[in-house]
Design a protein around this ligand. Structure first.
Ligand code: ATP
Length: 292
């Protein structure tokens, strides 16, 4: 597979902080790379350097084997976290404004259909709901029919339904063959959308791989979960992890663990058994809970 983007030893130092401190990775054609990490890990700074908005302190970014040039801006799309859109413009006016900035553009009707904006075209963009606004920002990112698109926390602040709808849009963007680089705080989003994940902390990549491989590499156990009240005061021959109102048991042999719980006389009516998730991996690697 051809690499669309190659990043080598990328660094961005500010006077008091090493925001990005030696990051290297490649993004293959048509793939979705997710940058994950706790607050301040360096995700946005990385993506801003990839977008050409922030100048690296050192390191190299290659687009299709070449350093970034004027052609790069024409070929990439960016969905900003906080976009300074002009007041009073409608959705249609915004799309037309951004289309006027590029030589190659996606036909307006195709853009509107792709991002489901039909019903809001003549609305002032400040009057859009969170989900509608993100769809408009995605449409802006796609105006130049890019072959590489950057999405920085595209679903932060959306309700679960709007988030799911947005995931469908990202899938359809991928289905067009567009390469995607996104940052997210939502592990489910990363699991469902990303072919490849780079977990960042303190300006570095601390784990890298497909969601499935990362989980297989780090875990061979499952999580059994019971209400704390059910477990309280009982002798159980298993390592218990106490979490607020529940207790977790990590076990590579679920059948044996369940037998021990039965032997201890517990009711398993509220037992939950789940496989390990990216969220577990994230907490294990960074020691931090996710921001929701
Ligand atoms: N322009 C700047 N000047 C000084 N420090 C900065 C600047 N931009 C970012 N930083 C610092 O660099 C570090 C990385 O920030 P960055 O925004 O890249 O992290 P992030 O992983 O995107 O975090 P979040 O999830 O909160 O968006 C932080 O400590 C931040 O305060």
């Amino acid at each position: 597979m051809a690499s669309v983007l190659a990043v080598r030893e990328l660094r961005k130092f500010y006077p008091k902080v090493k925001a990005v401190n030696g990051v290297s990775f490649e993004v293959e054609e048509g793939q979705c790379l997710g940058l994950l990490g706790p607050n301040g890990a360096g995700k946005s700074t990385t993506i801003e350097m990839l977008e050409g908005l922030v100048k690296p302190t050192s390191g190299e970014i290659l687009y299709r084997g070449k350093t970034l040039d004027a052609n790069y801006r024409e070929r990439v799309g960016m969905q900003f976290q906080h976009t300074a859109l002009q007041d009073f413009l409608t959705v249609r006016e915004n799309l037309n404004f951004f289309r006027s900035l590029y030589q190659r553009t996606m036909p307006l009707d195709q853009l509107i259909e792709a991002c489901h904006l039909e019903d809001y075209l003549d609305r002032d963009h400040r009057k859009l709901s969170g989900g509608q606004r993100q769809r408009m920002l995605l449409a802006i990112a796609l105006v130049n029919d890019p072959d590489l698109v950057f999405l920085d926390e595209p679903t932060t602040g959306l309700d679960p339904q709007a988030r799911r709808n947005f995931w469908e849009l990202v899938r359809s963007v991928k289905a067009r063959g567009t390469t995607v680089v996104l940052t997210t705080h939502y592990m489910e989003e990363a699991y469902l959308l990303c072919d490849d994940i780079a977990i960042m902390d303190h300006g570095r990549v601390i784990a890298r791989g497909s969601p499935q491989n990362l989980l297989a590499e780090h875990f061979n156990d499952s999580v059994l979960e019971l209400p704390a009240a059910e477990v309280a005061g009982r002798e159980i021959d298993l390592p218990l992890v106490h979490k607020e109102d529940r207790v977790e048991i990590l076990s590579a042999d679920v059948n044996a663990a369940v037998r021990k719980l039965l032997d201890a006389g517990l009711s398993l009516a509220q037992l939950k058994i789940r496989p390990r998730t990216l969220e577990d991996l994230f907490i294990q690697l960074t020691g931090k809970e996710l921001r929701s």
